[in-house]
Design a protein around this ligand. Sequence first.
Ligand SMILES: [Fe+2]
Ligand SMILES: [Fe+2]
Length: 469
Amino acid sequence: MQLHEKIPNNVNLSQNRRLQRALENWQPNYINWWKEAGPVDFQADQIYLRTAISVDSKGWANFEYVKMPDYKWGIFLAPPEQDRVIPCGDSFGDPVWQDVPGEFRNALRRIIVTQGDTEPASVEQQRALCNTAPSLYDCRNLFQVNVEEGRHLWAMVYLLHAHFGRDGREEAEELLERRSGDFDKPRILTTFNEPIDDWLSFFMFTMFTDRDGKYQLLALAESGFDPLSRTTRFMLTEEAHHMFVGETGVMRVVQRACDLMKQDPNEDARAQGGMDLELVQRYVNFWYSSSLDLFGGEISSNAADYFASGLKGRAHEGKKFEDHLAMTGHYSIDVPTDGALENREVPMRNAMNEVLRDAYIDDNQRGVDRWNKAIADKGVDFTIRLPNRRFNRKMGIYTGLHFDVNGNPISEDEFNRRKTEWLPTESDRAHVRLLMQPVIEPGKMANWLGAPARGINGQPIEFEYVRRA
Ligand SMILES: [Fe+2]
Ligand SMILES: [Fe+2]
């Protein structure tokens, strides 16, 4: 473990002077990017952050006050697994690769760049949120997510520098040059070019979109390219906190909505300055459907190739599956044909995106069930539902068609007529915007948001998580 070097790392960076120099050259550009495209304020303030200082169970969660630009962005890989073999695909059982196999070089580079691009993109999308944080606790959580996404960029840039030579270095520069929402140099994936300028959207993003990230990382953790597997395995430990922020954030919004309903003669949370449950449901519909798109096409030869070549596996390939070749099985998909849905059997390898999407959907449902239990515990009769996977899709076989939230095909006219039932309306967005007022007194929460169950790292809720300079 080299913690006190310019770039903290557990990859023996000082043993490889060329690589070390290349990354030390990239570092100031990264800091410039952070200052220019990271949080719009609070850069000179002390934030109570968790910093990874090692990958063992104790060392990766070290809490202290730090100014964000001084955060120790390091390079950490999970420890190597002895005699690890390629977990799936045509080369199943062969020793894993420590170097990039020539025939998969382009595909691997694309996978790493696409993953890497989402990390700084989300920091850029969220950069203005700190001005309207509903509490110091939440403000600190936002920054924690932001610095860790920055570290995830480091993780991908390390792979590019260490394994892809000059092309890799160029890609690493470009990762700092693209900007979320920029007309000329946008981020690669559409979802990552939409600004996230209200806190309900931020909680939805960390619940649904970060969870897509979790499943992409789980698939990459099964890669036959061992450095990629090891780096993503460590990223997953950090990612869990991002989903915690999302799930508990929405939880606190709905709990508060229930409390406000009880205070209102018409059970109207909105009239009491909260976010009503119908509005929350429409935000769920929007963010969940847009996050489903990130898994790619339902029937995909790319996905089949990635699996066959052992570049990506399924989530928990070893634990959850027995047949790691997937040469024989089929997967049944409802394919739109002439305005109706026709059930078709697709060769398993071509359905790998759908297999991953299934696991993602189940994982979301568990979180939604916890929200619904909290609503029921408050004595309110309302159930939040995940819309059907066909609803409002912009990518894959359901694109351009129209479905209701139960997945039934409907006409475009009907969709447009009923859209305001299902997706955030202008008035929803205006209401949410109106509620975005900063709360900076320690322990205090914005009116629309319940208090968290507990503070961070055993600290009280009224702890000063952000100390203004
Ligand atoms: Fe990330
Ligand atoms: Fe994340």
